[in-house]
Write a protein that binds this ligand. Structure first.
Ligand SMILES: *[C@@H]1O[C@H](CO)[C@@H](O)[C@H](O)[C@H]1NC(C)=O
Ligand SMILES: *[C@@H]1O[C@H](CO)[C@@H](O)[C@H](O)[C@H]1NC(C)=O
Ligand SMILES: *[C@@H]1O[C@H](CO)[C@@H](O)[C@H](O)[C@H]1NC(C)=O
Ligand SMILES: *[C@@H]1O[C@H](CO)[C@@H](O)[C@H](O)[C@H]1NC(C)=O
Ligand SMILES: *[C@@H]1O[C@H](CO)[C@@H](O)[C@H](O)[C@H]1NC(C)=O
Ligand SMILES: *[C@@H]1O[C@H](CO)[C@@H](O)[C@H](O)[C@H]1NC(C)=O
Length: 364
């Protein structure tokens, strides 16, 4: 009798704080007390990276020249080597024009605070306003409040200052360069970024798997070592954003359910290399993982829809997204507008001339 009691007590202790939400949601967290990510200086990242990189903590790539023999935007799908999970990979030419980081739900979704509640929205919903052709969940967030973690720059606007957080970032600079790695707060505030969002862990650096190195860099706190290591080695749904050797932006995901199917980050990084990726960072995964094509969810998200039935799965309301759209980032829209106005003005002038001429003719 007391033996059974002990088993119950031990079982209870081994499952600390398993809330009702965890039954419903496929929670995959890199840190156990992730308030604002790793609390250390950029110097730590510089000091603990392999010597060959010197003090350079990021990689930048200028997008390749447009190649007309491959599609502008191309999505392919695949199955993992064990045939259990599926995923999609999208290649985008001319990414500076076609890619935006978007805040959840609306512009200001990362800052609009309502008594500690932040905006969250499904990837499809957040992608509506930019008519995204492909959209994927991006940044990590506080699963209780929705607070966006890391730095967020969306179409040139600083939406969230990560206060020097040292997690891997993906960015598009004003000069069109794609950026992967660790940013300093000065770089963020310099206004050099058009798009910027934080992931956790740098998967591929210069064509090599960089998971072990970035684990060291993004885990200063020894308390978090176990959690971050589990995050890396557990099977789960994964998402990444990267760049290939042709200078195309690459978005890839694999479906899964934490602990039962999906991929470890080491295997996911190798898969990205097989796709031709040379630099890539890891985005939010687990139940957040949602891949939307032109408004339709085309992957299999892993959160249950409701507590009452385990029959259906539903896309989670998440934080920031990476959106591939038809081009026309802000500059294009603003140059279109005056043209329309001039056309209307010349149209009006023509009407007035016709009116005056017809008055003259009538008068004669
Ligand atoms: C999320 O935010 C709440 C409220 O600010 C905080 O108490 C909690 O620790 C945060 N959760 C995590 C995982 O940091
Ligand atoms: C990085 O290293 C280069 C060459 O060693 C040096 O000139 C530069 O000042 C260093 N930058 C920083 C931020 O330490
Ligand atoms: C354009 O794409 C084709 C097909 O993938 C490839 O063979 C060719 O090398 C590419 N050209 C350039 C300039 O990258
Ligand atoms: C914040 O969210 C909680 C939980 O969903 C809710 O009970 C509360 O009313 C919300 N507060 C505001 C101001 O919206
Ligand atoms: C990463 O670290 C693990 C555990 O220390 C080791 O087994 C593995 O070989 C390392 N991978 C690479 C690519 O160095
Ligand atoms: C996206 O959806 C819209 C409206 O449903 C449709 O007009 C458009 O052709 C679609 N675009 C692509 C690339 O599938």
């Amino acid at each position: 009798m007391s033996f059974i009691l002990w088993i119950c007590i031990i079982g209870f202790l081994v499952q600390p704080g398993k809330s009702q939400d965890e039954d419903l949601m496929d929670i995959l967290l890199p840190y156990s007390s992730f308030a604002r990510g790793p609390h250390f200086s950029h110097r730590h990242v510089r000091d603990c990276q392999p010597v060959k990189y010197g003090n350079v903590t990021h990689e930048t790539t200028l997008p390749g020249a447009k190649n007309d023999s491959v599609p502008l935007i191309e999505t392919k799908y695949f199955t993992t080597p064990n045939e259990i999970s599926q995923g999609h990979v999208t290649f985008v030419q001319d990414p500076a024009r076609h890619v935006s980081v978007l805040e959840p739900g609306k512009e200001g979704g990362c800052t609009a605070e309502n008594d500690g509640n932040y905006t969250r929205a499904t990837v499809a919903k957040s992608g509506e306003r930019k008519k995204c052709l492909v959209a994927v969940n991006a940044g990590f967030f506080n699963t209780t409040t929705g607070d966006c973690y890391g730095n967020v720059v969306s179409d040139g606007k600083l939406a969230k200052d990560g206060k020097g957080i040292q997690n891997s970032h993906f960015g598009v600079k004003k000069n069109g360069e794609l950026y992967f790695g660790y940013v300093t707060e000065e770089e963020v505030l310099s206004g050099d970024f058009d798009q910027l969002v934080a992931g956790v862990l740098w998967l591929v650096r210069n064509g090599e798997i960089y998971v072990n190195e970035s684990e060291k860099a993004e885990c200063a706190d020894t308390q978090e070592t176990g959690t971050l290591n589990t995050f890396i080695n557990v099977l789960s749904a994964r998402a990444a954003v990267g760049v290939d050797a042709m200078g195309r932006l690459v978005i890839a995901h694999v479906d899964g359910r934490t602990r039962s199917r999906g991929m470890t980050l080491h295997d996911f990084a190798q898969l990205l290399i097989d796709f031709g990726v040379v630099n890539a960072i890891n985005l939010d995964g687990g139940g957040s993982m949602t891949y939307v094509s032109n408004g339709t969810v085309i992957n299999y998200p892993s959160d249950y829809c409701s507590r009452d039935s385990k029959l259906y799965r539903c896309p989670r309301r998440v934080s920031t997204i990476v959106c591939v759209h038809d081009g026309g980032n802000t500059p294009v829209e603003t140059t279109d507008a005056p043209n329309e106005a001039t056309q209307t003005q010349s149209g009006m002038a023509l009407l007035i001339v016709i009116y005056l001429v017809s008055c003259l003719i009538n008068g004669l």
